[in-house]
Design a protein around this ligand. Structure first.
Ligand code: FAD
Length: 415
């Protein structure tokens, strides 16, 4: 595939941009593949890419019922951070954050990684104590974060009101190399690079059933016919329960809608990400100038991929005391995605009760940041068929063994 570079840009500019090829191939499915990945979100595509790149397995199909990146990967608010509490989480999220640093170069695709810093506010004494604990844990695990006082928060985010009557800012956990990236570009970049390595990406191809026998999985039925495989990896976020049901096992996940909204575009007012976990809201500013605002997940299970009025009201009411500026803004649009939540708010990267079937799910409200690390770990698991360092703690067996990786306490809003 042609490399993107300043030279190719100049060359194409001189010939009316007629020489660009499609970013990824669009083949019909073959009769069989060594590995089939269900779901062309960031995690599925990254898994396919690292299978080909790190393990030389390129006889791989990624089948997607809609369009590539049209699930949560194209609907999230793009926060990237690794300031988690538990050792197992820090390992995978920090691996991911590090991979993000050079992902544009490695994929030859500008994913617009912007390490602008992530500030997690402390607005109650309890939260201050909890964040101090996280800061200590981060230091032990060599994740670079620091606790800052209210005045430093104000210096970093001048539009913030630190003297709110209900929720004054008592401090913050600051991760200077956290930030954002362009979500679509992450999916497109992985798709293009995986396709270049020989992976088939098959869009508009829904998996409708999974066939297996005592020896394990042998094929999947799709809207484009039956495709044979001995290794199947399910990476469908909010639809994980459905796919598990097709395979004949149950998962400890719940599907709920998570929503976000953006304001009309305004001039630059904030150059980092701010999360206000106590009030359930967070905000950053996009390159187009829109304020990207998100809140908590719905408190009931559902599969609605859209926004709702009460959620906008809830989220904006929560944030207005801390960011008075937003009271004067118009909302431009809102949307929702279906996220898959586990009880301990940590993901599942695991073999399953069906031989040859692997699962990557449970990223809940915070899996965008994990895409590179998760793809890396899942590819390793599929290629070596035994759990590896990054993935091992996140196996399904932890729910039977009571070996939870509890991240729910560390962050009420876990994006
Ligand atoms: C509003 C919102 C805000 C968020 N904010 C953040 C954030 O700031 N930071 C962060 O780290 N995370 C965030 N997240 C979470 C993050 O988006 C997800 O964890 C992550 O994108 C999950 O990626 P995925 O590849 O697993 O799933 P998805 O991107 O959802 O991809 C799964 C794909 O599987 C496909 N599929 C489903 N069923 C089938 C089938 N039967 N056959 C074939 N294909 C199928 C779907 O069409 C979909 O394209 C947010 C999520 C939402 C909804």
């Amino acid at each position: 595939m042609k490399r993107y570079s300043i030279f190719s840009l100049v060359k194409e500019a001189t010939r009316y941009n007629e020489g660009w090829e499609r970013a990824w191939r669009s083949p019909n499915p073959k009769k069989s593949y060594e590995v089939i990945i269900v779901g062309a979100g960031g995690h599925g595509l990254a898994t396919a890419f690292y299978l080909a790149k790190n393990h030389g397995i390129s006889n791989v199909a990624v089948v997607e019922k809609g369009w590539l990146g049209g699930g949560n990967t194209g609907r999230n608010t793009t926060i990237i951070r690794s300031n988690y509490l538990q050792e197992e989480s820090s390992a995978i999220y920090e691996k991911s954050r590090k991979l993000y640093e050079s992902l544009s170069q490695n994929l030859n695709y500008n994913i617009m990684f912007s390490p602008r810093g992530v500030m997690m506010l402390c607005q109650t004494e309890h939260e201050l104590r909890a964040m101090k604990r996280t800061a200590h844990a981060n230091r032990i695990l060599k994740v670079k974060t620091e606790m800052v006082g209210p005045q430093r928060v104000k210096d970093i985010v001048p539009i913030i009101n630190i003297n709110g009557p209900r929720f004054p800012v008592l401090g913050g956990l600051w991760q200077p190399r956290g930030g954002t990236a362009r979500h679509d570009a992450v999916a497109w970049g992985y798709a293009r690079a995986a396709s270049d390595l020989g992976v088939d990406i098959i869009e508009k191809c829904a998996v409708t059933s999974v066939h297996s026998d005592i020896k394990g999985v042998n094929s999947v039925e799709t809207s484009k016919g039956i495709i044979k495989t001995k290794k199947l990896c399910i990476v469908v976020a909010g639809h994980s329960g459905e796919l598990a049901q097709m395979c004949g096992f149950r998962l400890p996940v719940e599907s709920v809608a998570l929503q976000a909204l953006v304001s009309e575009p305004i001039k630059p007012v904030m150059d980092c990400v701010v999360m206000a976990n106590t009030v359930h809201g967070y905000m950053s500013q996009s390159d187009k100038g829109e304020l990207v605002i998100g809140g908590g997940a719905d408190s009931y299970n559902n599969f609605t991929q859209r926004g709702s009025f009460q959620h906008v009201e809830e989220t904006v009411t929560a944030l207005i005391e801390t960011f008075p500026i937003i009271s004067r803004l118009k909302k431009l649009r809102q949307w929702g995605g279906i996220v898959d939540m586990t009880g301990d708010r940590s993901p599942i990267i695991s073999k399953t009760p069906v031989e040859g079937v692997f699962i990557n799910c449970g990223w809940g409200t915070g899996g965008f940041k994990a895409i590179p690390g998760s793809g890396w770990a899942t590819a390793e698991l599929i290629a070596n068929s035994s759990n590896q360092d990054l993935a091992t703690p996140f196996s399904l067996s932890r729910f039977k063994e009571g070996r939870m990786i509890d991240e729910s306490v560390a962050a009420a809003v876990a994006h």
